[in-house]
Design a protein around this ligand. Structure first.
Ligand code: NAG
Ligand code: NAG
Length: 187
């Protein structure tokens, strides 16, 4: 009678032993510093694409997910938070070749002028940078002609990246915008 019961317990015993083994093998040092040779930035890549910020209609690329009680009465929609998954295309038309996605969020964080804090991953899907991402974070005063956002890092080909993005409004239809981006990445 005891055998089936023991058999039932076996997997438990086995997994406890496994857990013990894992715990033992994971006892690596908390930190280890070595001279760093690789990934010193030595290239500058210039990327050019168009960002489609579509808020209206049935297929928006930017969706408002939060607001403050005073957001709708604020001249700068202060407090609005939008989550974005927008196509990046080679040409200004939405139908032109997609080279990546801009995924992240932006929030109105300026009470006096249209100023958005942007937290984005530029995820590239074409060519040499397919699978690589660039992290873009910064202040975007959308009414200004001349804007600049920092590129603060990246993955894949853009690991340890540094750089900057220059957005320029190409076209506005109602509340939707096509924004031309020139991005310079040192990696
Ligand atoms: C504020 O405006 C947005 C966009 O027009 C709308 O979706 C939202 O319901 C409004 N919020 C309030 C509290 O009226
Ligand atoms: C980009 O990479 C993905 C994953 O490796 C692959 O499935 C896809 O076909 C690639 N796209 C292009 C255009 O090379």
């Amino acid at each position: 009678m005891a055998t089936p019961f023991l058999l039932l317990l076996l997997p438990m015993i086995f997994s406890s032993i496994l857990l013990l083994t894992i715990t033992v093998t994971q006892s690596e040092a908390y930190s280890k510093t070595t001279p760093f040779e690789g990934n010193k930035p030595d290239k500058l890549t210039h990327l050019h694409f168009y960002f489609h910020d579509i808020i209206s209609g049935d297929n928006p690329t930017s969706i408002r997910v939060a607001e403050a009680p005073g957001t709708n009465s604020s001249a700068t929609v202060f407090g609005a938070v939008l989550v974005v998954d927008a196509p990046l295309t080679e040409g200004p038309e939405l139908s032109s070749k997609e080279v990546g996605r801009a995924q992240g969020l932006y929030a109105s964080t300026d009470m006096k002028t249209f100023g958005f804090s942007m937290v984005f991953n530029l995820a590239f899907t074409e060519g040499e940078f397919n699978g690589s991402t660039a992290a873009m974070y910064g202040r975007n005063q959308i009414l200004l002609e001349d804007r600049e956002l920092p590129i603060i890092g990246g993955t894949g080909a853009f690991r340890f990246a540094r750089g900057y993005a220059r957005p320029k409004t190409y076209k506005i239809v109602n509340i939707d915008a096509v924004v031309e981006y020139n991005v310079f990445i040192w990696h």
